[in-house]
Structures are given as C-alpha cells and as structure tokens.
Ligand binder design. Structure first.
Ligand code: NAD
Ligand code: MN
Length: 360
C-alpha cells in the first residue's frame, strides 16, 4: 500500500527562525518515520528580510499560489533590525495569514512536566489553556491612516474592524474547540466597558452563538481583569476567545506563565481546509541570541505536533508531544530559557532520541 504523503512548506524566515524550523523539520521527519503511516515531503523557502533587502519583496509574486499546493505551512519568524517591524510583519506573516484567510489563531498554554513556571505552586493539571485569537480583522485589520505628517496637527489612526461574519465564525470555532476539551468551558474576553461599539458587538454576538452550545459553560471577563485571573486563578480557565490584539497580549503572558516564550506554539488555522493552515512558535526573531545555537526549539516542535494533529496524524502528534514531555520531565536537556544548559542541537537530539526509543 502506498503511504500518504504530507507536504509541508517550511518558511524559516528571520533571526532564530531557521535554527528552530530546521530542527523542527528533522523532528517531524523522525516522528513520521517512527509512526509509519505517512511520509513527509517538505520544501524550504528562503523568504524573509534578506530577500527583501536584495529584491524589494519578502515573497515572490506567485508565493500564495505556491503555498496553496501544500497541506500545511511551518513558519519560523519575521523581523529584522534593518527593517521597521510593521513593514516585515505586513509584508510576510500577515500577508500569508490574511491571503489564506487563516482566521483562527489557536494558542495552547500548558505547564509541561518538569518545568517550573513562575507560579511555583501551580501544577501541570492546573494550567492547561487554549487561547483562540481572532486572526483576520479587528485591531489588526490595517484600516487607518496618517495625515499631516510632521506637523503639529498630525493624526495617526488605527481603526478596529469587527464584522458579524468575522466575529461569529471565530466564536463558533472557539465553542467547538471548548466542546472537544474535557472541561467544556469557554471564557469570552473583551473590553466592553470602555470600547462601547465593537466590544459590545462582540458580547452580543456571543450571547446568540452561546444558545447553540448548551453543553459549554461560559463566562465573560474584561481583558485587564483577565491578566490577574491568569496569574491568581489559573485553574479556573480552560478555553478563551478574544480579539486579535487582546489575545496577542494574553498569549505572551500565558507563554511566560508556562516557563518561557521559547516553548509556546501556535497554529493559524483555516478551519474549512480549502487553504493550508500555518504553524509557528509564537516567539519572534530573538536577535539577541541568533546564531549562538542556544535558541529553544521546543516551541517549534510543539507547533509541529499541532501541524500533525491538524492533518489527522494523531498517533505521530501524540508521539511527538510525549517525546517533548519526556525531555522536559527528565530535565537533563533543558534549554537555557527554561533554566537548563542545553543548546538547540542538544535539545533536538534528546527529542529525536526520545522518539526513537519510545515504547508502544
Ligand atoms: P522575541 O520573541 O524575538 O524575543 C523576546 C525575548 O525572548 C528575547 O530575549 C529572546 O532572546 C527570547 N526568546 C524568544 N524566543 C526564544 C527561544 N526560542 N529560545 C530562547 N529565548 C527566546 O520578541 P521581540 O524581541 O519583541 O521581537 C524581535 C523581532 O521578532 C521583532 O522584529 C519582532 O517584530 C519580531 N516578532 C515576530 C514574530 C513572528 O514572526 N510571529 C512574533 C514576535 C516578534
Ligand atoms: Mn505576539
């Protein structure tokens, strides 16, 4: 019988992106080999800031059509000190997410075995969240402008755009996800006391969508109060849905509470499956450590496990998560940002070894 081929477009991007994505591809191929049912065919695209500085664009003209032909995208990071961040972000990552309409950004946060988060007495059982971020509009819709530049009357506007379709589809996605998790619990985060148009709209759509999910328990929080709840009562939270900006901020806090930004994964999901979804560690290019061989690759590996799960390769996804957890649990090969001494290669080798030697 011929094996299924899973095609992955790897876009390492800038900074430590290539260091963690190349390690991640190695780990994905190892887990595919071990679990047998499928093989991985990958292609690596050198799209990013170096290309921009040479050619004036981050991606070639046909890049989005090229990407559509793949089952999934594995992305590193975008950001380079020589280019303003908004140029890089809009030219590369947001261009892919928005053109492929990957409207659901899923961000799990979980304390892995052996890792001491800053909330010392909290156990792995008490911190297991998924933050669902609206990924196509809202505060990052790109609407706005600058007028009278350089003059005292200069104005800069960023206009949040919330559409009924956009709000409803992300909330339904979050309800479905909450329903699939053991606790069946969803928290809506907005700021509807101060932002009295768009956020009140979010609240009202939620009330309607909620009626279709009687088995999901819900509650609502303002975003500022949510930060304190994440720190003081982590066990009270399960699945969270919030706008593009709010969920962006909350998920960096979630990453820090689980030990480090270097461990946190994310998927930019196109739930309809008519375009590939894109998986990436949530950290950026980390200029301060690039090229030193010390970047934590676990966020990229966990993102790889999300990719496999999204593609229906559940056994391989579980195998990879078990290998990651075995390495964190044993604690002998932890990267520096998690209090250990291991470099990128040592952590990668430890995970590869855990994949090879796992018992069935
Ligand atoms: P960053 O995530 O790059 O780094 C923040 C801090 O965390 C740094 O001290 C860094 O060394 C550390 N860190 C991050 N990832 C790590 C890892 N895997 N292992 C060990 N330590 C790690 O965030 P920043 O400094 O705010 O941004 C740097 C650049 O990255 C900017 O250009 C920014 O725009 C870009 N960025 C891109 C993305 C993306 O592409 N998704 C996300 C965030 C930031
Ligand atoms: Mn962010």
């Amino acid at each position: 019988m011929s094996k299924r081929t899973l095609s992955i477009a790897a876009i390492p991007g800038d900074g430590i992106g290539p260091e963690v994505i190349d390690a991640g591809m190695e780990v994905l191929k190892a887990v595919a080999k071990r679990d047998g049912g499928f093989q991985i065919k990958s292609e690596r695209f050198d799209w990013g800031s170096d290309r921009y500085l040479k050619k004036g664009d981050f991606l070639p003209d046909n890049a989005l059509d090229t990407l559509r032909a793949f089952d999934a995208i594995f992305f590193g990071s975008a950001g380079d000190p020589r280019i303003p961040d908004h140029v890089t972000l809009w030219g590369l990552r947001l261009k892919i997410c928005q053109s492929l309409d990957q409207y659901a950004n899923v961000r799990p946060a979980r304390l892995l075995p052996g890792i001491k988060g800053p909330l010392r007495d909290v156990t792995a059982k008490q911190l297991d969240w998924v933050i669902v971020r609206e990924n196509s509009e809202g505060e990052y819709a790109g609407a706005g402008g600058r007028v009278h530049q350089g003059l005292p009357e200069e104005v800069g506007l960023d206009i949040s755009v919330f559409t009924r379709n956009g709000v409803e589809r992300i909330q339904r996605f979050a309800f479905e996800l909450a329903k699939s998790r053991p606790r069946k619990k969803l928290t809506l985060v907005t700021k509807s006391n101060a932002q009295r148009h768009g956020m009140v709209f979010w609240d009202s759509v939620f009330e309607r969508v909620k009626a279709d999910y009687p088995d999901v328990e819900t509650d609502k929080m303002l975003v500022d109060a949510m930060t304190t709840r994440m720190v003081l009562q982590p066990e009270s939270i399960d699945t969270v849905v919030a706008t593009n900006l709010h969920a962006d901020v909350l998920s960096d806090l979630a990453a820090a509470l689980t030990g480090s930004l270097g461990i946190a994964p994310t998927g930019n999901i196109r739930p309809e499956g008519d375009a590939p979804s894109m998986f990436e560690p949530i950290h950026g290019s980390a200029f301060d450590i690039m090229g030193k061989g010390i970047a934590n690759p676990l966020g990229a590996f966990w993102s790889g496990a999300m990719l496999l799960e999204n593609q229906g390769e559940l056994a391989a996804a579980a195998r990879l998560m078990q290998a990651i957890e075995r390495v964190t649990g044993e604690g002998k090969h932890l990267p520096r940002d998690l209090g250990g001494k291991a470099g990128t290669k040592e952590v990668t080798d430890a995970v590869l070894e855990a994949i090879r030697t796992a018992n069935d």
